[in-house]
Ligand binder design. Structure first.
Ligand SMILES: [Zn+2]
Ligand SMILES: [Zn+2]
Length: 334
């Protein structure tokens, strides 16, 4: 199903024409649960992977035996889905039964589920995102590639920063003659939020305006003077007019938690925002970005279709070098 971003509540470029110098195209991915095939662009779906190429693994030393059973994470989601789909006589969801609550509690337990796994054992990385260039014409791919695959280790304990380990693979899909039929399976994950629900995507190109703090100072002042914080319903630059929430390709990065950081490649070149992974597609503060098709739908978890939770329920952004996308990428969380 198509997803459409509503028109912005105000044409801010008509108010401040100088904002036209601070725009970028972004492609909202609009992931929604489905059954993607390896030949589809997807979140958490099967990757188009050459059968004769080893799968990516995490061999870093961290506690891989302890966490949540992947099958429990999936079972829990199915129970919640069914529970919240049942409506009471008032037409509202009634939620889980006592029996379901007991089962959910049992499934919720963290434990030493894979004692056979040493800290430095190799575990398969989880597919996070697969994008075919044909679906996102606005996204720049390195020469010779038309397929981007992103995987991560479902534990957040890599390096001194205890960061999540994210890997990027650029491919030429035409060179894959014999695709892998089944990816290696993980048993234990560090956090349920690192397990994406299989989703199809429905890319939509939109226009974003630069993050408030990165605009010229006089423009910041003009916008501040224009914003009406007394009126609850008045649009705000940061929430409604600059950067879209949710999973997206390209566009601007928001720096609302840390303030702006310059992302530089180790080669010295500036980096560009490639992909944003978000814990939600919208929330109460960014309701104006909720797709037209989702308005008025009371379904449970509608704004969190991927069930991915990164950082403090924020977003994870992947940056690549503007000179050469094959240089090591960098990540940043907000
Ligand atoms: Zn790892
Ligand atoms: Zn570089």
């Amino acid at each position: 199903m198509t997803r459409t971003t509503p028109p912005r509540p105000v044409d801010i470029e008509a108010v401040f024409p100088e904002l036209r110098l601070h725009v970028a195209k972004a492609t909202r991915l609009h992931p929604r649960p489905g059954s993607p095939a390896p030949t589809d662009s997807s979140v958490g779906g099967p990757l188009l992977w050459p059968a004769d190429e080893p799968w990516l693994v995490c061999a870093a030393s961290h506690r891989k035996s302890r966490g949540e059973l992947l099958e429990n994470v999936r079972r829990r989601r199915r129970i919640l889905e069914a529970a919240w789909a049942r409506l009471g006589s008032d037409g509202r969801p009634i939620g889980p039964t006592d029996e379901e609550r007991d089962e959910l509690n049992a499934l919720n337990k963290r434990g030493n589920y894979a004692p056979e796994l040493a800290d430095d054992a190799e575990i398969p990385m989880l597919p996070v995102l697969q994008i075919f260039q044909r679906d996102i014409p606005g996204l720049e791919f390195p020469d010779g590639s038309d397929l981007l695959q992103i995987l991560w280790c479902p534990f957040d304990a890599h390096g001194a920063e205890k960061e999540i380990d994210v890997r990027l693979v650029w491919r030429n899909s035409a060179s894959i003659h014999e695709p892998l039929s089944m990816a290696p399976q993980l048993k234990v994950v560090g956090r349920a939020g690192y397990v994406p629900e299989p989703c199809l995507v429905d890319p939509e190109e939109i226009l974003e305006h630069q993050a408030f703090e990165l605009l010229p100072e006089d423009l910041q002042e003009s916008l501040e003077g224009w914003e009406d914080w007394e009126d609850e319903d008045a649009p705000h630059y940061q929430y409604d007019l600059s950067i879209a929430p949710g999973w997206k390709a390209g566009g601007f990065a928001s720096w609302h938690l840390t303030g702006p950081r310059e992302m530089l490649c180790d080669c010295g070149a500036p980096m560009r925002l490639l992909i944003t992974v978000d814990s939600k597609e919208w929330d109460n503060g960014s309701l104006s970005w909720r797709p037209v098709e989702d308005a008025g739908n009371p379904a449970y978890g509608l704004s969190k279709p991927t069930q991915v939770v990164v950082g403090r329920a924020g977003s994870l952004r992947i940056f690549v070098c503007t000179l050469d996308a094959s240089h090591p990428h960098k990540i940043s969380e907000q």
